[in-house]
Design a protein around this ligand. Sequence first.
Ligand code: 2HG
Ligand code: ZN
Length: 462
Amino acid sequence: MLPAPFIAAVQQLIGAKRLLAEAADLQRYGVDRTTIWQPAPSAIALPGSVEEVQQLVLLANQYDVAVVPSGGRTGLSGGAVAKNGELVIALDRLNEVIEFNPIDRSVTVGAGMVTEALQNFAEQHGLYYPVDFASAGSSQIGGNIATNAGGIKVIRYGMTRDWVLGLKVVTGAGELLELNRGLLKNNTGYDLRHLFIGSEGTLGLICEATIKLARPPVDLAVLVLGVNDFPSIMTVLEKYTAAMDLTAFEFFSEAALCRVTEHTGLARPFESQAPFYALLEFEQGGDQLDTAMALFEQCLEAELVSDGVVSQSLSQAANLWKLREDISETLWHYKPYKNDISVKVSKMPDFILEVDALVAERYPSFEVVWYGHIGDGNLHLNILKPAELALEQFVAQCSSVSSEVSELVERYQGSISAEHGVGLLKKPYLKHSKSSEEIALMRAIRRSFDPKGILNPGKLFD
Ligand code: 2HG
Ligand code: ZN
């Protein structure tokens, strides 16, 4: 329950109709794409300006109200879940282009702008925003920055962090900070902008962002290969990355393909079946297409791959991409337990065999679906909940296996969260990717931005 004087002050600040408390709104704004926690916020505030965000945070401090910042809520780690009567501050209305500069090739946008709208804006100006993933149609830039979102083009373009030139944020204490001024070069001590990128709403609310744009890639082709086993995927990756600049190298298992084709009605890439599929994307200009096809022949001869198809049109390329991109949405219907782990690409061949052996032993009766950004060393293991098993029991069993997977990740010096963030889901495993000294410093940083601990309590660490 929020204190009555706080509600009155918020209504006065943003207008009564911008403070939502209907059951459907609490339900909608209280969760992300996880399926584990029940949403239970007290109310949803929809501020219309940075000043209103700042005033809201100051009021929350005054009345000791916990706040959950909210973007498009497409996260997969529970970072935007509000389950304890918090006030959700949703940035939906801060969704405009504020300034575009073609000389700097940068654009400043409100944090509530949907990723796809930014991609479209860039395209209309002959430019390109390269951070891309299946939820681009509903995720928001502020949320992407708060979680340092990755996606399907990281192998070529990096993560969200690589595209943020500047940020306007309101800290947990209510200070308004303008970080890095949109500059390419700025060596003036600590770069606080980078602390906010990936901070999961625990240091402040990201209100505006200045984003760098790229030249668009030209004439992309998609190649899907049927691959015989895990080690072969890595050999194929090595061969292709040695010879070409790929814009993507993704993989998925036959189980993932079956679920997607069943769910979407999409056609298989080719008739024959393989245990795994690699999806490669590249600019086909110059001799790139010839190189890709020559490598395909070599891989066939070496019995690394068994079949393959290359896109002949943009629509065929888009359909091949859907086989990979629609996996997460398809599996969501099975309430999957998610892993999002990474190691250095060079360690991947050994790591993958060990994870495979571990999950095969520990999940003998659950269906494990493999896919991910294998070109970045990033695996998504989704464990599907058997229909007859209660959610709580399923989560408990998966969590105990996650501890073992996390120990393995630690042994390989990898990450327990490659791109989805820690949120609530990975909190127990953070210690496997960060030392206790690092976590202590993270806590101290959190306290200096949010001394009363009102922002996203319980996320990242307790
Ligand atoms: C993807 O790569 C997303 O498709 C989602 O990061 C992964 O749902 C998942 O586990
Ligand atoms: Zn992913």
